[in-house]
Design a protein around this ligand. Structure first.
Ligand code: FES
Ligand code: FE2
Length: 443
């Protein structure tokens, strides 16, 4: 199904029900999945709902401040016990027969316990099902049904460096939310979105061509201008992650400094000060990555946002609903120390052209993703594999790579046009789903 030597991918993996069921079991019930950010539940009693694959999840903070993740299903006969996206509560009470659970998942209330059960129900045995692996990384909350197979650190692998330096940015005060959850539904397989995020810079100039025609972006300058020794680079990361559109050197900073002038002196000062903090953090790293465009933590946690001073960060969860539908959930974050004018402008910018329901980028992408998925379902079209073999013979020895300013960056660094991150994504996918293997200790 996955021919890694040639980069061919069988179309059936996007629409076949049996493959989908295997993915739910071997990926989503096994990998470390992004569930939310600590700032979404700052106080005791706060909760948000999330998903792990197709399973509904409640993420909450108990009265002692500890974070828990529970299956959002009543132990009596299965109804959801939390019907809201977010809120603050002391109990989750099922709307069917009224069983209620506290913030630690304990079954605390059973109507007519004596009259109906003759006090024979062991309440201790019927609490909410808790996700056994729950860990926070720089404010990002990850959960796993199978934490014994691999630690979160092993699982994140080479992506950790990029989370530290391009996303979480503790030295900018960390990330704070600027909006609550946004969402939209795309009639496509979840992998079509994930593979795009993991390393597809190739589609940008074409799929999103309207932005250039409208003059919202200039395809000839800076980040979008072409391959240079400073990028943009597509970086494939073990075991199955990727980050792309990475730009090194001072170019990104200089462009942002100029752009900040339109926002006033406070913005200019922040861009300058922030760059000093970046340089301090990257003291031991020869290449100075300044920004990125897209990334995906396997399997379903993309993050976007350039990573520079003037753009926020969009965090996503791709929620599969059967093989042919994906609910896209997203949150917009900004760096805590940034001035308000930058936070506000970056949000406006995202709404206009970014990966938001209203943004041009998301709409352009979704149309293609739906048509691609449809082609994997129909009888004859699905006989023909997808081609993800771009420049496979020069992978790792790309012409001109000796001039690239990338020293010290983890991962396999490739040029802007390559599909090596997608190939690694599918290699890892095949290892999990088809070969039933995992990395880490225990196997
Ligand atoms: S299904 Fe929840 S109380 Fe019966
Ligand atoms: Fe796109």
């Amino acid at each position: 199904m996955i021919d890694t030597a040639r980069g061919f991918v069988d179309r059936r993996i996007y629409s076949d029900e049996e493959i989908h069921a295997l993915e739910m079991e071997r990926i989503f019930a096994r990998c470390w999945l992004f569930l939310g950010h600590e700032s979404q539940i700052p106080n005791p009693g706060d909760f948000v709902t999330s998903r792990m694959g197709e399973d509904a999840i409640i993420l909450c903070r108990d009265s002692n401040g500890k974070v828990h993740a529970f299956l959002n299903t009543c132990r009596h006969r299965g109804n959801a016990v939390c019907l809201f996206d977010r809120g603050n509560t002391r109990t989750f009470t099922c709307s069917y027969h009224g069983w209620s659970y506290d913030l630690e998942g304990k079954l605390t209330g059973v109507p007519f316990l004596t009259e109906a059960y003759y006090d024979q129900l062991d309440k201790n045995a019927w609490g909410l099902i808790e996700v056994p692996g729950l860990q926070t990384y720089g404010g990002l909350i990850f959960g796993s049904w199978d934490p014994a197979s691999w630690t979160l650190e092993e699982y994140l692998g080479e992506m950790r460096w990029y989370l530290d330096n391009m996303l979480v940015a503790e030295d900018m005060g960390g990330l704070v939310p600027y909006t609550s959850r946004q969402g939209y539904t795309v009639h496509c397989n979840w992998k079509i979105i994930a593979e795009n995020n993991v390393g597809d810079h190739y589609h940008t100039l074409h799929t999103h061509g309207s932005l250039y025609k409208l003059g919202l972006r200039d395809r000839k300058t800076g980040f979008e201008g072409g391959q240079s020794p400073n990028g943009p680079f597509e970086i494939s990361l073990a075991p199955g992650h990727g980050i792309g559109g990475v730009e090194t050197g001072p170019g990104g900073y200089e462009r942002e400094l100029k752009a900040a002038e339109a926002l006033g002196p406070e913005a200019v000062d922040w861009v300058r000060e922030r760059y000093q903090r970046v340089l301090k953090r990257l003291k031991g790293v020869r290449a100075k990555p300044y920004s990125y465009s897209h990334a995906n933590v396997f399997p379903n946690f993309p993050f976007f946002g350039r990573g520079g001073a003037l753009n926020g960060r969009t965090l996503f969860i791709l929620c599969p609903v059967g093989p042919l539908q994906t609910d896209v959930w997203q949150w917009f974050y900004v760096e805590r120390d940034a001035p308000e004018i930058i936070k506000q402008k970056s949000w406006e910018n995202l709404g206009r052209e970014g990966h938001l329901g209203s943004g041009l980028f998301a709409q352009d992408d979704a149309e293609n993703f739906e048509r691609v998925t449809e082609s994997t379902r129909t009888t004859v079209a699905r006989r023909y594999p997808f081609h993800l073999g771009m420049a496979i013979d020069v992978e790792g020895k790309w012409p001109g790579q000796e001039t690239w300013d990338v020293e010290g960056l983890p991962g396999v660094i490739g040029p802007r046009f390559t599909e090596h991150s997608q190939r690694r994504f599918y290699q890892f996918w095949a290892q999990l789903v088809l070969d039933d293997q995992r990395i880490g200790h225990g196997d």
